[in-house]
Ligand binder design. Structure first.
Ligand code: BDR
Ligand code: CA
Length: 306
């Protein structure tokens, strides 16, 4: 069974990814970053989700801000608390007494070569872990990253920039320049693989307690998507699907991807050497297309609607 360490900022689509991982793999830990909303909320949301599924998964709280410059969150998509502002009862359990970056380093060493690391948030914790232990890439079986916009159609106020990278470009630079090869699931692939809202609503109606919880926390995000004529864009769930079933990838390209750190309009952009003109080795397997049916089957399982 696949064993995962997940770095995440829940976040509505993070929650779906975690439910999917819990259904189809073993989660060894959740490392929590600030991003969609502040760390107080992302940590609390992770603890609530773990409690809701009755799992014994350790939660490690991480960095409360990006490495260098402050950045706006995405509460207008996910709800100001990151879980749709449902005023849920506080979780009864607490986070572990270990920083997320330290937990990544420790678990990489304890389970050398065994864990798949899945990064669903700004890369702040992971960048710190890499600075603590430069050998980190050799300690994990794989790294799967949700982030970037590989042809320049992002999702924040800077047009070519995707949220996870734009929130902490310096952290992304550390990871993209130090990790020899990782799977990259970018925002544009996530838009192409959005589920029609009616089909997603059908899964919510057919599912179990997980689906009822998810119906509540995703109401604002679904309305946000519907108002823009999108389907349900579940970015982190798509990345998780690729982490769980790498052979569901139908089309991918290996290329060098760098991070733009300056630029008033482009800070945080993912710069892809599509035409092999930079002479740098490929660091990313850029996932361009997956088997949509297999993706949706994993989503259904996550919600108890399979
Ligand atoms: C990414 O940013 C966040 O809002 C989502 O949780 C996802 O990780 C999409 O750009
Ligand atoms: Ca996320």
């Amino acid at each position: 069974m696949t064993r995962l360490l997940i770095d995440t900022d829940p976040g509505v689509d993070d929650a779906l990814a975690i439910l999917m991982a819990h259904e189809h793999a073993r989660i060894e830990g959740l490392c929590i970053a600030a991003g969609n909303v502040g760390l107080v909320h992302t940590e609390r949301n992770a603890l609530k989700l773990v409690e809701m599924i009755g799992a014994d998964i350790p939660v490690y709280s991480g960095c409360p801000s990006p490495l260098v410059l402050p950045a706006p969150g995405a509460g207008f998509v996910h709800g100001e608390d990151g879980f749709g502002d449902t005023a849920y009862l506080a979780p009864s359990r607490a986070a572990e007494n270990e920083h997320a970056a330290a937990a990544i380093v420790r678990m990489g060493r304890e389970h050398a070569g065994e864990l798949t690391l899945v990064a669903l948030a700004p890369l702040t914790n992971l960048a710190l872990a890499l600075r603590l232990d430069p050998q980190l890439p050799s300690r994990f079986a794989r790294l799967v990253v949700m982030g970037g916009a590989v042809s320049g159609r992002g999702n924040i106020h800077l047009a070519p920039v995707e949220f996870n990278i734009g929130f902490d470009p310096e952290a992304a630079h550390v990871v993209f320049s130090c990790w020899p090869e990782f799977d990259l699931i970018d925002w544009e692939a996530c838009v192409r693989h959005a589920m029609p809202l009616a089909r997603f609503d059908g899964l919510l109606a057919a599912g179990d307690a997980r689906a009822r919880f998810y119906t509540a926390i995703s109401r604002k995000a679904r309305a946000f998507n519907a108002a823009r004529g999108h389907g349900m864009i579940a970015a982190d769930a798509l990345a998780m699907a690729v982490a769980l079933e790498p052979d569901m990838v139908r089309r991918a390209e290996r290329r060098h991807v760098g991070i733009e750190l300056s630029g008033g309009l482009t800070r945080g952009a993912t710069v892809v050497d599509w035409d092999l003109r930079m002479g740098r080795p490929a660091n990313a397997r850029i996932v361009l297309e997956v088997d949509q049916m297999r993706f949706e089957t994993l989503v259904a399982g996550a919600l108890g609607a399979a």
